[in-house]
Every structure is written in C-alpha cells, then in structure tokens.
Design a protein. Structure first.
Lengths: 992, 89
C-alpha cells in the first residue's frame, strides 16, 4: 500500500509530510551544498539551513498527532523475502530524538557558517553534515531493524568523514579511524544481535518485536542477543570500556563535536537502549550490565575530565560521564529511571551543545583551548562568559537550571537501586559521580573565565559576531525555563516515557518539580556541590599528582592492539601472498585438489552412464597435436616467442575442434580471440626479455612439477568422469531450444542466450570489459606520467632490426583487406541472431581490421585518422545496450525484454528486426572499444625514443618517387625513398 | 565417390598438418616456426572446408573465411616482432 495513504489515514484530516520525505530530505539535500558553494558561502549555508528546516517543518506537521498519543506509520515493501522493508514509524520517542537532531542541527548549521574559515570547504562540510543528519533521522524513525542497521552504519561512515574533515591534521585522521573502528566493530556485533532478535520475534519490524517482550526475555538466545546489541550501543555511546574514541574524535571542527559528540550520534546508543527497553529491560542481566557500565563510565569519565586542560577534551570526558549517567538510568529498568533518562537526554543536549559552542568561540577568539593559558576572560568576553556559566552550572546541577532537576531524579533513582546485593553502593557511586561532575563543571568556568586577566593571550579575546553566540543563547532558553518551571516539560516527558516503557507498563506517578522537600537526594546534591568546590580549590596540586601517577593510555593500547592484529594478518598473508605467481598457483591447485579428492572419496561412487564414442583417426591426430604442442611448450617455455607460436597452434586446433563438435559460434570467437591475444602478448613482450630466466632450484622445480602433474591429472580424470556420466539433473538446453525462437525471435540459440535469456549477464560483462580496458588505459597514463617514462623511452632493442618500419606490401594488403573485413563484420553481426555470429565476434573482427592499420602504417599515422576516442566507443556501447534494455520499460515490460517483428522494404526480401539487435550493437561497440583501447594503450606504452613520426602511410612509395619528377611533388622529396633507404642503412650501422 | 576423394584429401591435409607441426616443434629458428604456424593455419582452413563438404553443411564456411581473413594477421605480427622488435611503430 502506498505510504502516503497509510499516513493520511492515521492522521485523519490534518495534512502532514510523509515520513519518507522527512528521512529523504537531508539525503537529497546533501548534494546541494557541494553544488551551491559555487554560488558563494551564503547561498551554500542557506540551502543547507532550508533543507534541514523543511525536514523540521515536516516533523512538526506530525506534532498534533503525536501529542494526541498516536503513532504514525509509513510502509513500503522493499525486499519482503528477506524481511527488509522500508517501514518507518513515528512515536513520541522518535519524535523527541528527531526534534533534537533537526532542531540542534539548525543551530549547528548556523554556527558552522560563522565558525568555518575561508580555507575550509564549506560545501563539503555541509554535505557530510546533511548525510549524517539523514542517517540519524533514519535511525530514530526506522520501524524495520534491518533498515535501522543500515542507517546505523551510515552514521558511523558519515561521522568518519566529519571527524576527519581537517584532512591535513594527523590527529583528525587518526581520531576518525579510531572512531570508525570502534563504532564499526560495535555495529558489526549489533547486526548479529538484531538478527537474533528478529529470529526470536519472527519479524524484523520494531512494532512487532516490541509486543513480544515476554517471549524474547524467555528465549535461551536472549542473553547473546542482549550482549551483542549492547556492544553496539556501548561503542556508539562511548560507554566504558569503549569510551576512549570519543575524546579523540574531538579533533573534528567544533560544530561537529557539538552536534555529533554531544547532542546526536552518541545518543544513538541511548536511543536504541530506550527503544528496545520494553523488550530487553527488566532482567537481572540487563540491570547488572547496563547500570554498572553506566556508573563506571560516569565516574571514570568525570575523574579524567577534571584533569584535562584542553577545553574540548574536558567537555569530551564530561560527555562520556553524562552519557554514563543516562545509561545507568536506563539500566535500572524502572519507569522512573526511564523518565529521568528521557528528561536528562533533553537537558544534556541543550547545555552540552551550548558548552561546545562556547569552547569553539573561545578557541576562535583567543586561538587557544588550553585552560592553563586561559583565565580572566569574564570581562573580555561577557556574552560567552554568561552562556558558559549558565550551561556549566546546569551541568554541575545547580538549582534553577534544568541539569539540577534531572540530576536530582538520578540520585533519587540511585537511592532505590541495589546492585550486587549491597545497598547504598549505587547511591555512593552516583554521589561520587555527581561530585566529580560538579568539580569539572566549576573548573571549566573558573579556569577559563574567572581569575585575573592575563597579558599573554595568544590573541586578543573579544566576543564574536552574533552568528556564533546566538545559537548557544537560544539553547539557554530551555536550560533556564525548564530549570525554573520543570512542570512545563512534564506532559511531553511523560508522553515519551510512555513510549519508552511500552503501553503495558505503569507511568511513574512522580512529577517533575523543583522542590520535593528535604529528601536524601537533595542532601547528596548539596554535598556534591560543596565537594566539587573543594576539589576545584585543590585541583592544581591534585593535577600534579595525577600527572605523576602511572595510568593506562587508551590510545597507546588501541594502537598496540591494532598493530598486533595487523602484524598477525601480515604474518599469514605474507606466507600466502609473497608475490611469486608459482606459489599462488601451487596453493590454489593443492587446495582444489584436496577439496576434489575429499568430495570424490566421501561421495557415493561412480558408474559410467554412457558409452565411449569411437576414436576416429582425425580426432586422434588432432589430439596428438594438442598433446605434442602442450608438451613442447613445457620444454621450451623459456623462449617466450616460441611459446606464443605454440599457443597459436593450440588455439587453432581448439577452434577446429569446436567446428568438429558442431559449435561454429565458439569456433568463430576462438579464432578472433586468438589473433587479438597474439597481438596483445607481442605488445607485452616489448617490455620483457625474450627468454625468461630460471629462478628456482631443482628441488623446487620437482615439487612444482609434481603439483602440476597432480593437478593436470586430476582435471583430466574429472573431465573423463563427467563426459561418461549422465547429467545429474535435466538439462536446460531443451528449454532454450524450445523458447529461442518463440521468446527471443532468433534461431541461433547461443546468440539468443547472450542477448536475451542471459542478457543481464551480458550487460554486466560488457561493463566489466569496458572497465578492464579503462584500467589498462589508466595504468598506462600513470606509467607515462611518472619516472618510468624515461626508462621506457630509452629502452634499446634486444636484437638487430631489419626491414622497413612501414613496408609497402603490408600497407597495401591491409588497406585492401580493410573494407572486406569490415563488410564481413557487418555480415556476421547482422546474421548473428539466426546463424552463428553476433556482436561479440563482429566486434573482434572489426577491431582486428583497425589494429592492422596501426601495424602497417604506425601508431601516429593511424591515431591521427581515428576520430572517435575509444573510451567514447566503450561508453556508447554500454549506453546503447542499456537504453535498449530500458526501452522495454516504456511498454511496461521488465528491463531487457526483447521484441521482434518482420519488415518488408520493397527491393529486399522480408527480414526480421529484433530489439535484441540494438543490444547486440551495444555489445559490438563495447568490444571494439575495449579491444582497441587496450591494444592502443599497450602500444603507446611501448613507444621508444627516436621513433620518427611518419607523414606517409608507407616508407617506400613508388608513386611518390614517380611524382618527384613533377614540380608539384617537391614537397614530398625529403621523405622520399632515397632518404628512407639512407635512414635504414644508418640505423643498421648504428646498431651493428 | 566424392566421399573417397574427401577421405583421401582429409588424410593428406591431416598429414601435412602433422608434418608442419613437426617442423614447428623442431624449429630450429623462429622463422621456421612462424612459417610452420602459417602453414598450419592454411591446412586448418582446408580441414574445415573438407569437413563441411563431407557433412554437407555450410555452417563451417564462416569459420574458414574468418581464419583465411584474419589468420595471416598473427603471422604478420610475429614476423614483425622478429624483424623489428615492435609490432606497432
């Protein structure tokens, strides 16, 4: 059913944007900034802003329905067989997250406009940012968990691009790699967990999975699924012990840190834990794993944050700590914990994004983020000071600011939680966490803005333009309003909490309020604030102790671990891939042999199902020739040219054999391929010595010989067995024979298979062929533009040279042959559909006709007369074939469906026209282009210095010397025969 | 009657093919080998045509034509390589 219909029905009459569009808008918009940057930074910025704003308005159009407690669904089947459908749904939880992503996105885009310097490529930045935004919105709106995984990986990839945005900074690149490794590995684990979850529930749709909580918790696979999914969530949300990547991701531009690493991406893990809360939470395992990981992260992150001097590093670890707090709340598994978590997600997003932005402002104005070089900025940067103080105090948990309310709720929850059978343990740890949080928040304010003004700032501090301070100021509105009047947020928070805990559970009765009376939580809070102030006063001596104490450095451990893995992988691959082809071949043959022998001896035995055909003298002779040719090839294999000649026989005899066994199509192809191969190999021989050196000793040669004999013998035995067996299943040949004319309109089954039955394969193959030719071209270009060029040009010749470069006989012969060969090419092409032939063979034949001209009159001469670049011919071929296939769409048939009919043109007999011919034309063009491009590239590579460029097709031309007597022919004289003969003589004199 | 003639012809061309093959393997010079290969190409055309007449079908005509038309290109390329060291100058 079309998605719009479902959405409209669920919404009643109110118009609302399709969920698909909300998710698609950022992705569609991602191409715009890159284009719009041509029109200036302002246009680029506005385009990005409007794209996000459009998505945000689309989201807002659903607000009435969401606030009424409805859920909006949009469905689109994609791969229903795999359970992978583009199903989206919007409930209060998704609405809150999508609102955060798009709302803060708007502020960040504005902030980045003023933050990025002229040297930064703004278009690229905004493109990445929109990609990321789309992926995030996709995660929070996905109904299908497989879709969710796709978006999940997309956030990892796009954040990789964003963290490494400053490609010139090694920290940026390393941080980006580390983030990608950690979150990517987590994502991999999560794929496993999600698949298990889907298997248990019998559906990959969240809306179904969420109703089967009891069944999933009872399943024996619950624990593996839980652990795998949590690995994904913990890595993404930087929970201990995977917290280390987040601080290193701070090498990103500050808007990225503010957006990804405080407000959105790191919350994806929290979102998923909240999303799957009704299914996964409520068990012992969940509580123990999640809440202890959360508590550990909260304390460790906060402790490290106190001793970081870099503003952004401090904020990074404070984010780690705050994420730990939320994880702990989700881990308790109670509705009240969920409510506190939801509220703190909102609060944290507001104050942390603002704090990152002020850190960016300070960096921008003072050119330093090092707190040992800052201090005393409160008078110099009053606006920044005000914002940072408000946000910082909110983070510390000071009353009348929103951070206080949710922190109070967290302590309340901690008092009611018991872990490991020890009451008060959680409360004490949570209290320590709160205390350390207060300490780093105070330190952030005190060491940046308070204290005496200094004279040695790296740059003169000043408040920035409004574009930089307006976004964080807007974020201060919720910080203050929700701090003073938390009840304003209560309906919405409870709505979201309801979505987290599921419809069956009881909503908590507690209210969001500033004053709950003199509770134990308030006591802990007060103690934490006082303790925080105390730590601030002794921070400097403590920091000296901290620096002196040995502690594990996460980056060093990570690098060592990665180094060890790489070394282990290298140990294996260097054994398997040491660059010697003989080794690869030996490993491959031995492995195939072992597998084949295993299959043979464990199989069900074999009885011949057919009689041997009689051995005719002709067949015996041909067989003998093949054997002798192969055997002599082994004997003389060091003489490369002789090997080529012998290969010529093998090709020739094989094509005679194809004829003998009634396969004229294959024979035609074999013959033309043979010629092209010889030419290509001769061109390659240009760069190789004529004899290949002996590199291996007798023992190794014996070993390799034995492996080769075994492999060859096994192949022969296998063929013998197959030829004497009946087909294990009915052959498809009969189907092809029966349908070739009916379905494809051709009598030649081989051709109909190529252009119709398996047309899609052929289409893929001509593309691969074209790519291969382009790669040869690209390699040639690279070699010719590098230092190898000089060596290539100055190669000598191994042997003496004789004769003309462009002999008369050859030029005349090839010129006469060319139209004949072209005509034969046309003939073979046209008859291909009904009789042996077709585009492939015709392409080879025509390519040979053209390459003959290169051989006869030289590269330059022929290249000058070739008007269409071979890349273009390849491209035209692929396009023609593709367009023919697409043509079928216009009559409502699937891609590459062919049609045929009969046409009568008066002087001709009635003939058949099939669309397959258009497709075959594409094959023809692609083959001509690919063969010519590779041959041309090789011969360009093989050119030597001192080769004279000839203006005439042949060196000795009797007609030119005849003309020399008449005055008009004077111009030709210098290149005349006399000159040419002199040159040939002098060439030989030089070389001898 | 024609069959007997065809069998004799097939035998003769087949023998010629074997002899050319022997020359190709013996050599001793690369020129001998190239000439032997060229002879074998001509013989192959003969074999294919004879088979076609024997079996009364025209379907092998194209193969023979293509070999006749393009077979010489390999010979020329090999000869150019031996003489000039480069096949496209």
């Amino acid at each position: 059913m079309p998605a719009g219909l479902v959405a409209a029905r669920m919404l009643g009459d109110s118009p609302a944007m399709s969920l698909f569009l909300i998710v698609a808008l950022p992705f569609l918009g991602a191409v715009l900034p890159g284009l719009m940057i041509q029109a200036g930074r302002r246009t680029c910025f506005l385009t990005t802003l409007l794209t996000t704003a459009a998505a945000a308005i689309g989201l807002a159009s659903h607000a009435p329905a969401i606030l009424r407690g409805e859920t909006v669904m949009a469905r689109l089947p994609w791969l229903p067989e795999l359970g992978l459908d583009v199903n989206l749904f919007l409930d209060p939880l998704g609405f809150m997250f999508a609102g955060l992503i798009l709302g803060i996105g708007l502020l960040i885009i504005t902030y980045a406009r003023y933050y990025l310097s002229r040297d930064d490529n703004m278009g690229e930045f905004y493109s990445y940012l929109l990609l990321f935004q789309g992926a995030m919105v996709g995660i929070v709106l996905s109904d299908n968990i497989l879709m969710l995984l796709v978006f999940w990986e997309l956030t990892s990839l796009s954040s990789f691009l964003l963290i490494g945005f400053w490609k010139h900074l090694p920290e940026g690149r390393q941080g980006a790699r580390m983030a990608l490794t950690v979150t990517g590995m987590g994502g991999l684990a999560m794929i496993g967990g999600m698949l298990i979850l889907g298997q248990i529930a019998g559906s990959y749709d969240l809306s179904v999975i969420l109703t089967k909580g009891e069944m999933i918790r009872q399943s024996p696979l619950y624990l593996p699924a839980l652990i795998l999914i949590l690995l994904g969530c913990f890595t993404k949300s930087a929970q201990f012990p995977f917290h280390f990547w987040l601080p290193h991701a701070m090498a990103a531009p500050t808007p990225v840190s503010a957006y990804l690493h405080s407000a959105t991406m790191v919350k994806a893990g929290l979102f998923l834990m909240a999303r799957l809360w009704p299914v996964l939470a409520g068990t012992e395992a969940w509580t123990v794993i999640v809440s202890s990981a959360g508590l550990a992260t909260m304390v460790i992150g906060a402790l490290i944050a106190i001793f970081k001097n870099d503003l952004k590093a401090l904020l990074a670890f404070s984010t780690v700590s705050q994420l730990g707090l939320i994880t702990f709340l989700l881990g308790t598994g109670t509705p009240f914990g969920a409510m506190a978590a939801v509220f703190h997600i909102l609060n944290h997003a507001s104050f942390k994004a603002a704090l990152f932005m002020t850190a960016g402002i300070v960096d921008h104005a003072v050119h330093s983020r090092d707190m040992t070089r800052l201090g005393g900025l409160r008078r110099l940067m009053p606006i920044t000071f005000a914002i940072a103080t408000l946000a910082g105090l909110s983070m510390a948990g000071i009353p009348l600011l929103n951070g206080f309310i949710s922190k109070e709720m967290m302590l309340e929850e901690a008092l009611h939680t018991t872990l490991f059978g020890t009451p008060l343990l959680v409360a004490v740890v949570a209290g320590i966490g709160a205390l350390l949080s207060a300490a780093y928040s105070f330190r952030l304010i005190a060491h940046t803005f308070l204290g005496p003004e200094r004279t040695d700032y790296p740059a003169h501090p000043h408040d920035p333009e409004p574009g930089l301070w307006l976004p964080p100021i807007l974020l201060m509105i919720p910080v203050i309003v929700l701090g003073v009047a938390p009840f304003l947020a209560e309906p919405f928070v409870k709505l979201v909490t309801g979505a987290v805990i599921g419809p069956g559970a009881q909503l908590p009765k507690e209210h969001l309020a500033l004053w709950h009376g003199l509770t134990p939580a308030l006591g802990i809070s007060a103690a934490a604030v006082l303790g925080g102030l105390l730590i601030l006063s002794v921070q400097r001596p403590l920091a000296r102790l901290w620096d002196a104490a040995p502690r594990p450095e996460a980056k060093a451990i990570f690098d060592a671990l990665i180094g060890a893995i790489v070394a282990a992988a290298r140990l294996l691959t260097s054994r398997l891939h040491d660059g010697a082809f003989t080794r690869y071949a030996a490993i491959m043959v031995a492995a195939v042999l072992a597998a084949g022998l295993h299959a043979w001896f464990t199989g069900s035995g074999w009885t011949p199902g057919r009689e041997m055909l009689p051995v005719t003298p002709a067949a015996l002779a041909a067989w003998a020739m093949l054997v002798v040719a192969s055997a002599s090839l082994v004997v003389i294999h060091r003489n490369r040219l002789a090997v080529l000649v012998l290969m010529g026989i093998i090709g020739l005899m094989v094509s005679v054999g194809f004829n003998y066994f009634s396969a004229p199509d294959l024979a035609l192809t074999q013959i033309s391929v043979e010629v092209v191969t010889i030419i290509l190999l001769l061109l390659a021989l240009n760069f190789l010595p004529n004899r290949s050196p002996a590199e291996s000793g007798a023992a190794r040669r014996l070993r390799d010989g034995l492996i080769a004999l075994a492999g060859g013998g096994a192949a022969a035995a296998l063929i013998y067995v197959i030829l004497l067996s009946d087909f294990p299943a009915a052959s498809i040949s009969d189907y092809h024979l029966a349908n070739s004319y009916k379905g494809g309109g051709g009598d030649n089954v081989v051709n109909v298979i190529l252009v119709d039955f398996r047309g899609f394969d052929t289409f893929g193959e001509i593309i691969v062929l074209g790519i291969a030719a382009l790669v040869i071209y690209a390699l040639t270009e690279t070699l010719l533009s590098g230092p190898v060029r000089a060596r290539l040009l100055n190669r000598g010749y191994e042997e003496d040279r004789a004769g003309d470069a462009h002999p008369l006989m050859m030029v005349v012969l090839t010129r006469v042959m060319m139209p004949i060969i072209l005509m034969v090419g046309v003939y073979i092409f046209m008859r291909g559909h009904n009789e042996p032939g077709g585009g492939f063979v015709a392409g080879l034949v025509v390519a040979i006709a053209v390459v003959m001209q290169y051989m006869a009159s030289g590269f330059e001469w022929a290249a000058k007369r070739q008007r269409y670049p071979y890349h273009g011919i390849i491209g035209a071929g692929v396009l023609v074939a593709g367009l023919t296939g697409i043509g079928a769409w216009f009559v409502g048939a699937p891609f590459l469906t062919s049609a045929f009919g009969y046409v009568t043109l008066p002087p001709l007999e009635k003939f058949e026209l099939a669309t397959a011919m258009g497709f075959d034309l594409g094959v023809f063009l692609a083959v001509v282009g690919a063969v010519m491009l590779s041959l041309e590239s090789f011969s360009r590579l093989g050119r030597r210095a001192g080769t004279e460029v000839n203006d005439h097709p042949m060196d000795i031309d009797p007609s030119r010397s005849a003309r020399r007597t008449d005055p008009m022919g004077q111009l030709d004289a210098p290149a005349g025969p006399g000159h040419s003969a002199d040159r040939a003589a002098s060439n030989q004199a030089e070389e001898s | 009657m024609i069959d007997i003639a065809l069998y004799i012809a097939l035998g003769a061309v087949g023998l010629a093919q074997l002899l050319a093959m022997a020359r190709l393997v013996i050599g001793p010079h690369v020129g001998d080998r190239i000439l032997a290969l060229d002879t074998m190409v001509i013989n192959a055309i003969g074999l294919i045509i004879l088979m076609g007449i024997l079996w009364g079908t025209q379907i092998y005509f194209e193969s023979a034509m293509i070999i006749a038309m393009l077979g010489f290109v390999s010979t020329v390329a090999l000869a150019r390589f031996v003489l000039r060291g480069d096949i496209i100058e």
